[in-house]
Design a protein around this ligand. Structure first.
Ligand SMILES: N[C@@H](CCC(=O)N[C@@H](CS)C(=O)NCC(=O)O)C(=O)O
Length: 316
């Protein structure tokens, strides 16, 4: 249970679009990208997930599922990345469209569905628990932070039961979520399951590779075969970025130029201004690393820095 108590932020009383999100969340990245590509003005409220703000009473009133992202438009609340993406398409027709054309290849429509059904949480925590299957993870998912995330994950069901008791109006949902997390912990701990998940991803990415090879003028065109960047590109780009951050890029496309089309596609996605816009800044990554570093590492770092500072001072 977090010591911090959270009150409903004043931003929640404002008109206009407000996105409740977290800068490291896979699902929030998709929505943030869509908002940037479409050029829709919005305000962002960063949920402090490290201190369980998504389990606070004010957030549960917004989304009893306690999940991010949530979009608020006046009195209307839209939870869930997929629903938000569709809501933006339907309700902001004047802004740049991300809609996949009606005659889009069935295979491409299937790509969106498959990506949306992937257990990203299991993949992420599984990669921390079974590191011999990954290469080098990128910031902020370095070892000390991974340890903190694993430790928080191991107490999640217990914390959820405490919140369920404290907030009876949301008790049933939170207890169900606790049961779900308990079941999920067993799955995440299984190396066999993790390997199966990686194999399934391998198969899926091979299909994507083959499909990409059929697109004409790949320098210009996106997944739907034209120069229009659409929702399915947001989905695939976000997935590839998560695989990269977890240190899985060599397994899936980097090593021996295994999947050159995918590699080229990922490089193209990374160059998109909307993509770069939503990545956390270096300063906020360092801040996150520091906040999530276990005290023993902080003490070690403080000792090293004080030696460095004093030796620098002595030289003067
Ligand atoms: N299906 C939802 C999943 C959202 C989701 O799982 N969000 C994560 C953050 S990336 C979350 O809120 N996790 C907290 C939890 O489930 O306890 C979506 O597409 O938005």
């Amino acid at each position: 249970m977090s010591d911090k108590s959270f009150k409903r932020p004043s931003i929640a009383n404002r008109d206009g679009l407000i996105l409740y999100c977290n800068q490291y969340s896979y699902f929030c990245h998709k929505v943030l990208q869509a908002l940037h590509v479409k050029g829709i003005p919005f305000e962002k409220y960063e949920i402090d997930v490290t201190n369980d703000e998504h389990f606070s009473e004010w957030f549960l009133e917004l989304n009893p599922r306690a999940e991010l992202p949530v979009l608020q438009n006046g009195l209307l609340i839209v939870p869930g990345s997929s629903r938000i993406l569709d809501y933006l398409e339907e309700n902001f027709p004047k802004s740049k469209s991300l809609r996949m054309p009606n005659d889009a290849d069935k295979q491409v429509l299937g790509f969106r569905k498959t990506i949306e059904s992937l257990p990203i949480g299991v993949l992420t925590i599984g990669s921390f628990l079974h590191p011999r299957h990954t290469g080098s993870p990128k910031f902020p998912f370095i070892l000390p932070v991974r340890q903190t995330i694993i430790a928080r994950e191991s107490t999640l069901a217990e914390r959820l039961r405490t919140y369920a008791a404290n907030y009876p109006a949301f008790g049933e949902g939170l207890s169900k979520k606790a049961d779900f997390h308990e079941r999920k912990r067993g799955i995440i701990a299984s190396e066999e399951y993790f390997c199966k998940l990686l194999d399934a991803l391998d198969e899926f990415l091979s299909n994507v590779e083959q499909y990409l090879a059929t697109i004409e003028n790949v320098e210009r065109n996106w997944l739907c075969g034209t120069d229009a960047f659409t929702i399915v590109d947001i989905c695939l780009g976000t997935l590839l970025y998560r695989l990269y951050v977890l240190g899985l890029e060599d397994r899936f496309w980097g090593a021996d130029r295994k999947r050159p089309q995918l590699e080229r596609y990922f490089a193209k996605v990374c160059q998109q201004p909307s993509f770069q816009e939503v990545l956390p800044s270096k300063v906020s990554i360092l801040r996150t690393v520091w906040i999530n570093m276990p005290p023993v590492y902080k003490a070690g770092l403080a000792a090293v820095s004080s030696v460095l500072i004093s030796s620098t001072l002595l030289k003067r």
